[in-house]
Design a protein around this ligand. Structure first.
Ligand SMILES: Cc1cc2nc3c(=O)[nH]c(=O)nc-3n(C[C@H](O)[C@H](O)[C@H](O)COP(=O)(O)OP(=O)(O)OC[C@H]3O[C@@H](n4cnc5c(N)ncnc54)[C@H](O)[C@@H]3O)c2cc1C
Length: 379
């Protein structure tokens, strides 16, 4: 069976693929989303849903530009989702406390955020304890970000999928491995086990698996899975009012008292298991922040595979050497936050060939001439 009305074909139904599919369809395109397994069950489901703020769309740094652009896109996306589904995706402005070792560190961190146009305040001693009374007293300095938001991953994915279906996106799940056929720099067909799609354009939104798809064309891009483990605890609703972060670890409270404790960063290939040392480390971290958590029930543990890149930033735009093959993949630790902006950018690129944001630092070929000592995923 050959489907010539497939329109734009997206490969991958995580948060990036679903959001891009929705925006393209909303702009009048025919859209087919092909998902190898089940949509919304990989990294996008596993994440904590933290959405750091940003207001520096003109920044020198690609990270700050995309974070800021995305932050500004979220309200519009939420409005569209609500209009289509009337379902809650758990988006809340909850504020975040970034713990610091010294007051000087907290002040410097606050200034860094303020330079990005974000409200930020350094807190010490009693002020910090007023915000988070549960914290162990050894923590005496932090930066307070009142605009920091969160979304509830499983809810957001469910709402996105429901909005896509209502808007008329064709979602093909359990599709197995798609085979892309090319001729003279164009993808001419997407072969699935039961049909062939004839696309106007193809967009790879395949997270940690994107490199494997491109390898078939002899293109190497350094995206690899970086495992993140997570522990879910139950506390009383409202017990922890804000996100608390210490380095790369954090507590993210949901309204019903659930608390996500995250996360590890491990190079374990495509293995999604949790481990004794991973879970133990997260529990020790949580109890070190607040000994009260020692009696909290453990609800669940899981792990997800972040799409890691050497600089922690996604590949965004046209794939080098192609006219109609795009990609939005490699968002590492920030794919939920950056999904709203990424989808706007991909949508505009596919429809008009122009990006609403300066994409330098996110281009496809940025590692081709770079020193490839191997991805460290540090930034
Ligand atoms: C523990 C953890 C905590 C995190 N916390 C946060 C956070 O607080 N804030 C934040 O912004 N980000 C966070 N992240 C990062 C974020 O989850 C990811 O960057 C984001 O989900 C990537 O989205 P994606 O759609 O690119 O990938 P995925 O969600 O992995 O989706 C990719 C999809 O593509 C499909 N696929 C793969 N190959 C093919 C193929 N050949 N054909 C068809 N389909 C294919 C897969 O099955 C999958 O469904 C976290 C991640 C983890 C693991």
């Amino acid at each position: 069976m050959s489907d010539t009305g497939a329109g734009v074909v997206l490969l991958g139904g995580g948060v990036v693929g679903l959001t891009t599919a929705l925006l393209l369809r909303h702009r009048g395109m025919a859209v087919t989303l092909v998902e190898r397994a089940r949509a919304g069950t990989e990294a996008s489901w596993a994440g904590a849903g933290m959405l750091p703020p940003g207001r520096a769309v003109q920044s020198e740094s690609a990270e700050s530009r995309l974070r800021s652009f995305s932050f500004e896109c979220w309200p519009k996306l939420n409005e569209l989702l609500w209009r289509l589904t009337s379902e809650d995706n758990g988006y809340r402005e909850c504020g975040s406390i970034l713990l610091a070792d010294t007051p000087g560190e907290a002040a410097a961190e606050a200034m860094r955020w303020q330079r990005d146009g974000v409200a930020a305040e350094a807190l010490e001693g009693a002020d910090l304890r007023r915000r988070i009374p549960q914290l162990k007293t050894k923590w005496s300095a932090a930066t307070w970000l009142p605009e920091f938001a969160q979304v509830r991953n499983p809810w957001h994915l469910r709402v996105l999928q429901s909005a896509c279906l209502k808007a008329g996106v064709m979602i093909l799940e359990q599709a197995g491995e798609a085979v892309l056929e090319q001729h003279a720099g164009r993808i001419t067909a997407v072969r699935l086990s039961d049909r062939t799609l004839v696309p106007t354009a193809v967009c790879l939104t395949s997270g940690a698996w994107t490199g494997m798809i491109l390898e078939r064309f002899g293109i190497t891009i350094p995206i690899r899975p970086i495992r993140g483990q997570m522990v879910l605890l139950q506390t009383q609703p409202g017990w922890l009012p804000h996100v608390v972060e210490s380095g790369r670890r954090y507590l993210v409270p949901r309204e019903d008292g659930l608390i996500l404790v995250g996360s590890t960063e491990e190079d374990a290939g495509f293995c999604r298991s949790t481990t004794v040392s991973g879970v133990r480390g997260l529990l020790e971290f949580a109890c070190d922040l607040s000994p009260e958590l020692q009696s909290a029930p453990v609800v669940k543990t899981w792990a997800g595979l972040r799409p890691g890149t050497p600089d922690g930033l996604p590949f965004l735009g046209l794939v080098t050497g192609f006219e109609n093959l795009f990609a939005g993949a490699g968002h590492f630790r920030s794919g939920l936050q950056m999904s709203a902006g990424t989808a706007e950018i991909l949508c505009e690129l596919i429809l008009t060939g122009r990006s609403p944001l300066n994409l330098s630092g996110l281009a496809f070929d940025r590692f081709v001439v770079a020193d490839m000592r191997g991805p460290s995923c540090e930034r």
